[in-house]
Design a protein around this ligand. Sequence first.
Ligand SMILES: NC(=O)c1ccc[n+]([C@@H]2O[C@H](COP(=O)([O-])OP(=O)(O)OC[C@H]3O[C@@H](n4cnc5c(N)ncnc54)[C@H](OP(=O)(O)O)[C@@H]3O)[C@@H](O)[C@H]2O)c1
Length: 235
Amino acid sequence: MPTVLVTGANRGLGLEFVQQYAADGWSVIAACRDPGTATELQATAAGAKGKVKVEAVEITDHAAIDAMAARYRGTPIDILINNAGIIGPVRRDIVRQSFGTMDYAEWQKVLQVNLFGPMKVSEAFADHVAASDQKKIATVSSTVGSNTEMKAPVYAYASSKAAVTKVMGLMAETLKPRGIICLTFCPGHVMTDMGGRDANVHRRDSIAGMRKLLAAATMEKSGSFTRYNGETVAF
Ligand SMILES: NC(=O)c1ccc[n+]([C@@H]2O[C@H](COP(=O)([O-])OP(=O)(O)OC[C@H]3O[C@@H](n4cnc5c(N)ncnc54)[C@H](OP(=O)(O)O)[C@@H]3O)[C@@H](O)[C@H]2O)c1
């Protein structure tokens, strides 16, 4: 069975990726910040007969990412999913990522997680992916990063997702000679801690959609930005 590595695996979309791949019998490497408090993920791992391995990784800690990559040296990883992300200050705090009142420390934090995180994890695990059968790297971005589809002035989050989408496009070119397919997804507006209760997509459907796209993806799709339901996101 193939192997998938998922970041931000303890809740929301990451946990759903883990649960769906595990249910299909995949080997899953589930990376999260704090395995000690990841109750639902640990329960999933306990019921998966050793197929789900939980790893502690803070995505802004590049040394920890390198150390994890070294621990898995020689293990082919068919699909790497860069899912961990933060939205930055919202609700009453949204002024901290608004024009005129920007909190640059917060912006930096958002870029460290949403932009540098996927880049660093992809760099660290490119050899593992290249050694696999499927050879795919996906990053969960957002339509909020699109210049044409959304104009929400959440400067930190929107710029981080625009930048990571661009980076995935570059990565597609860089990794093409190694046979690695790089994909960027928008999961839709999904009911998670981040998406909130008013979201219109269930996480089960969002993840099922992205998994279907991942399964079907060929090199021709590398560098594309696609919504969970298969629609192309205008970038
Ligand atoms: N939900 C939506 O509507 C929506 C829409 C568009 C895009 N997205 C994107 O989809 C991805 C998943 O979102 P979600 O809705 O599942 O969000 P979520 O419920 O807030 O979960 C975010 C995940 O990222 C992890 N994470 C955050 N900062 C981290 C760090 N520094 N190191 C390691 N892990 C970290 C969190 O871990 P902790 O529990 O330790 O904080 C958690 O597992 C994100 O990239 C998000 O931007 C979501």
